[in-house]
Structure formats: C-alpha cells, structure tokens
Design a protein around this ligand. Structure first.
Ligand code: ACO
Length: 315
C-alpha cells in the first residue's frame, strides 16, 4: 500500500515540566536531561473519541477522499471511555464511513501493527483504501503521584490513509511475553461468582529494563529490515522512532552511525503518546513539507508486551 494522507489531533491542555514539579518531587532539569520532554498535552474536557475523529478527518482531507470510500478502519488504542463497542465502530459513524472496522491493542507499536494489517488485507485482495487511527490517553492509566511515570507521557491521536501502491517495502513485528516490565491492571465489574478480588493498579514501568529492551529491539528490527531489502542505514532518508525518550533515539542514531538530523523528534512538545507517537510525527513532517517523493522512511516502535515493530516505507 501507499500512505496518501496523514492527520493528527492534540488535547488543548498543555502541561509543562514546571507544572509537574508542583505535583511531584521533580524538576524541569531532571525531566529534560533524562527524557528530552519539555511539555505534553493532556486530555481535560475532551474524550478520546473527539481526538480520534479529528485526526481521522484531517487524514481524509489530506488524502482528498471521503470516508464513504474507505474499505476498512483500524484503530489502535489501549484505553478509552468505552469498553464496548470498539472505538473504531463509534468513530466509523462519526466520520460517516460504512466499512468494517476493528480495534487493536498493540501498545506503542499500534501504528506499525496497523500498517502491517492493512497491507496484509490489501495483499489478500480484500481492501483498497484503509484508515489507520492511533488514539491514546496514557494520562488516564498512570498515577499522577508517581514521578517515575507521570512525567513521561502525553495524550494525542494520529492517523494515516492508505491506498493501492507498492510503497510499504517491509515490516517486522515481534512480541515476547514480559508483561511485568510495563503493565496496568484495572477493576472489572463485581460478579457474585467471582472468587478473585479485582485489582486496580496504575501503570507500572520498570524504566531501565524497558530502556534496554527498546534500544536493542529497535536496532534489531531496523537491521533486519535493511538486510531483507538490501538497503543500508545510509540509504534511509529519515528514521522515525517512537518518541519515548530522546536518549533512546540518540542511542540508535549513534549505533547506526547516522547524523542525528536524520532522526526528527517532537518528544519535546508531546512526550510519549504511545501508538499515536509515530503518526503524529509523520503528519508533522508531511505538513511541514519535509517528506519528499521517493524518500525512504524507517519507522520503529517498542512498548508494553513487550512488543516491537518496524517498517520501511517509500514516501
Ligand atoms: N524526577 C526526579 N527524579 C526522578 C524522577 C523524576 N521524574 N523519576 C525518577 N527519579 C529518580 C529515581 O527515583 C532515582 O532516584 P535514586 O537514584 O535516588 O533511586 C533516579 O531518579 C534515577 O532513576 P532511574 O530510573 O535510574 O533513571 P533513568 O535514568 O533510568 O531514567 C527513565 C528513567 C526516564 C524512565 C528511563 O529509564 C526511560 O526512559 N526508560 C524507558 C522508558 C520508555 O521508553 N518507556 C516507554 C516505552 S513503552 C511505551 O511507550 C508505553
């Protein structure tokens, strides 16, 4: 397939590092040097659906197609206000589409899982136009008293429209069940028959373990795709990495011996927006005119599972 349109949407509330230092024992200096994050957007009066719909509409406008032309909608999301129906199903009606739709929980790798699924459906001859939306609100998963996680995340949505083409050159997905490294459990409705007490825990993250996994996985995924396609890191025009920590991004640039300028970032403004991170970055670059026809883009993400994924695509 080929990406023919991108879009994104951010909550209006800006939370700066200084605002966080009023909530927990932290500082702008600590957050900036350890993560590269200066501020993030956090959902206040909006709902997850509002952001998802706005990102989807922006992507459809950019693609120049109407929602009725879509054959499939994939929404990557970890939590939203509805347990059921799927967010994709609510979004489908809101944007005026009529095609089948499905949600996926690929943690921070949701966008790459979405691209891979879209490509597989296309190759199976089932679809020609697919909308992939990533909509996330980690701000409602974590404890705002836990300084080790609340400074890292932000909310947002990003989207892409895919159509017929030969621009996705290769994708790679991995999963290994190390769920104690990064997880959140939530309370379920009580049942008179349930013998296990319900658990409601905010997001738990073993930061250093995740940091090590992220660097290794991103390097392994990107190296495998370059090998598979007969390319080298020098052939890549831009590396779009999951915006989780500036040090992980700089580390990967260093390992591949590439100029940091080839690794665009927006983590400074948005923090880690989980699966929305890559499509938001892609949309910014697209709208700023920084993507050129024929550019080779290397996308890479990692997250809870632990899972990782990468995609080589030609713009
Ligand atoms: N402000 C001030 N001090 C803090 C803060 C904070 N916000 N958070 C932790 N500290 C303290 C710790 O308590 C510790 O203090 P101590 O030495 O007295 O015990 C000290 O800072 C160092 O803590 P570390 O955890 O060792 O700090 P580190 O340099 O590893 O940075 C971080 C922590 C930023 C979380 C890093 O490990 C990281 O980025 N990990 C990867 C996280 C990630 O990528 N997650 C997302 C991937 S998956 C997804 O996107 C959902």
């Amino acid at each position: 397939m080929k990406i023919i349109g991108t879009g994104c949407s951010h909550p209006s509330k800006v939370v700066t590092n200084d605002m966080l230092s009023d909530l927990v024992d932290t500082s702008n200096e600590w957050i900036m040097t350890r993560t590269g994050i200066s501020e993030r957007r956090v959902i206040s009066s909006e709902m997850m659906l509002d952001l998802a719909v706005e990102a989807a509409r922006n992507a459809l406008d950019d693609a120049g197609i109407s929602a009725s032309e879509l054959d499939f909608i994939i929404v990557a999301n970890v939590v939203n206000e509805y347990v059921t129906p799927a967010l994709s199903c609510i979004l489908q009606g809101a944007i005026g589409a009529t095609c089948p739709c499905v949600d996926l929980n690929g943690a921070c790798v949701g966008f790459i899982y979405g691209l891979d699924m879209a490509e597989a459906y296309y190759k199976a001859g089932k679809v020609k136009k697919v909308l992939v939306v990533c909509a996330e609100q980690p701000s409602r998963m974590l404890s705002w008293q836990d300084r080790s996680v609340c400074v890292l995340f932000g909310d947002g949505a990003g989207a892409a429209v895919l159509a017929e083409g030969d621009n996705i050159k290769a994708t790679r997905l991995t999963a290994s069940s190390n769920y104690d490294k990064l997880y959140q459990m939530h309370e379920l409705q009580p049942s008179p028959f349930n013998t296990k007490p319900s658990t409601d825990l905010p997001l738990v993250m073993r930061g250093q373990d995740v940091f090590k996994f992220a660097s290794k996985a991103s390097y392994a995924d990107l190296s495998a795709l370059l090998k598979e396609t007969g390319k080298t890191a020098d052939d890549v025009s831009l590396f779009l990495l999951h915006q989780a920590n500036i040090r992980i991004i700089e580390n990967i640039a260093h390992i591949f011996n590439q100029d940091k300028a080839k690794f665009p970032t927006n983590i400074q403004k948005y923090g880690n927006t989980s699966s929305a991170s890559l499509p938001i970055l892609l949309d910014e670059l697209n709208r700023e005119g920084k993507l050129h026809h024929g550019d080779l883009l290397a996308l890479s993400a990692f997250g809870a599972g632990l899972v990782s994924g990468a995609c080589l695509l030609e713009w």
